[in-house]
Design a protein around this ligand. Structure first.
Ligand SMILES: *Cc1c(COP(=O)(O)O)cnc(C)c1O
Length: 360
């Protein structure tokens, strides 16, 4: 049975986008970021499609464990590290690499050394994001403390995260790169700095390892750009179907709150998708969807399970069962994100549990 709503995943697009990343950063290894259920594409499915990545990065232990249980043997980095003994032991058993960003995490490692296996670690410097990481003044001591632990594999790798790489005009990234250079000068270990925007916008940030997420899924990290501008292919197409058609007179109100008032006699298509699927309620009337491949505007508020679409002007009137695309091939998720006043990341990873992620 074909589900009414599905996130159709084009695994060849994922592979294509990984190859594109390798062309953008030819001297770097690729840590493919597949946290948050592979940005909605399915954690294991993303890992399998991106199997030629040099490593995977996830946010949390549980995400890494799902990958190991699925038989993924590739290196896995925990971007936030571990926070208690139980997680540390799970990480040791699963051979995860740890980002280390607090003194407590070093103490946790120190207390477990002896029993614990050897960990590859990534020591995180806070170069200006002011979220995770040691400040420059504390960095040398942290590097020395980690390096002295018997359960830490030498050398300690070096890591930071960029706060504003999507805004190439701001000085923030150059400042972060300078701070990273200064604080890590002379230290051994591999370096990793750049997310998608960083690796595209600042080639100096590519370093030994790049950490793309969004690019792999085919979306562009810069305002006003779409993945196709960089030769990327959308990996997810969110699809539904028309379930009813309705004619309304000029002046009739449509949907909850009656927000949308038909300006003329209107043919509406009702499609089975709503905020219960992760299609955001913040999308206003006028936001585009594709009906039978043609653009048509939303009419009325997004409900939990349904939307109304003004199909009056389509060349061919749709029929029940006809395909509706909410974003993906033919309708860039970046464009829908602008209408929803959010970013493509939130739309992709916000697909809800009831949406079947299905390979094409
Ligand atoms: C999520 C994340 C990334 C990937 O970011 P994109 O903008 O999707 O490329 C890279 N590094 C860290 C530390 C992250 O948390």
């Amino acid at each position: 049975m074909t589900p009414l709503v599905s996130a159709v995943i084009d695994t060849s697009a994922l592979r294509h986008n990984l190859e594109a990343v390798r062309r953008f950063a030819p001297r770097s290894r690729v840590m493919a970021v597949i946290k948050a259920n592979g940005y909605g594409h399915g954690l294991t499915a993303a890992a399998q499609a991106l199997g030629s990545a040099d490593a995977f990065a996830v946010a949390r232990v549980d995400e890494g464990l799902v990958l190991r249980r699925a038989g993924i043997a590739t290196r896995i980095v925990l971007l936030e590290g571990v926070f208690d003994r139980e997680q540390l032991e799970a990480a040791a058993a699963a051979d995860f690499e740890l980002v280390v960003h607090t003194r407590e995490q070093i103490e946790l490692l120190a207390a477990a050394c002896g029993q614990a296996a050897r960990f590859r670690v990534w020591l995180k410097l806070d170069t200006g994001m002011n979220r995770l990481g040691f400040k420059a003044a504390d960095f040398p001591a942290a590097a020395a403390a980690l390096g002295a632990l018997s359960c830490v594999a030498a050398p300690v790798n070096l890591f930071t995260h960029l706060s504003s790489a999507d805004a190439r005009e701001l000085p923030a990234t150059a400042e972060q790169l300078a701070r990273f250079g200064t604080a890590t000068r002379g230290l051994p270990g591999e370096r990793s700095i750049a997310n998608s925007a960083g690796l595209l916008g600042f080639p100096d940030a590519q370093a030994d390892w790049v950490r793309p997420g969004l690019l792999l899924y085919g979306a562009a990290p810069f305002a006003g750009a779409v993945g196709a501008d960089y030769g990327l292919m959308p990996a997810m197409t969110l699809r539904s179907r028309v379930i009813a058609l309705k004619s309304v007179e000029a002046g009739e109100r449509v949907g909850y709150g009656g927000d949308w008032i038909a300006p003329r006699p209107t043919l509406l298509a009702i499609a089975a998708v709503g905020y219960g699927d992760g299609y955001p309620r913040s999308l206003p009337s006028g936001a585009p969807v594709l009906v039978n491949g043609e653009r048509a505007p939303l009419a009325g508020r997004v409900s939990m399970d349904m939307i109304g679409i003004d199909v009056t002007r389509l060349a061919r009137a749709p029929a029940p069962g006809d395909p509706v695309v909410l974003w993906g091939r033919g309708l860039p998720v970046e464009e829908v994100a602008v209408w929803a006043q959010t970013i493509p990341y939130e739309l992709l990873c916000g697909i809800s549990q009831r949406v079947a992620a299905t390979p094409e």
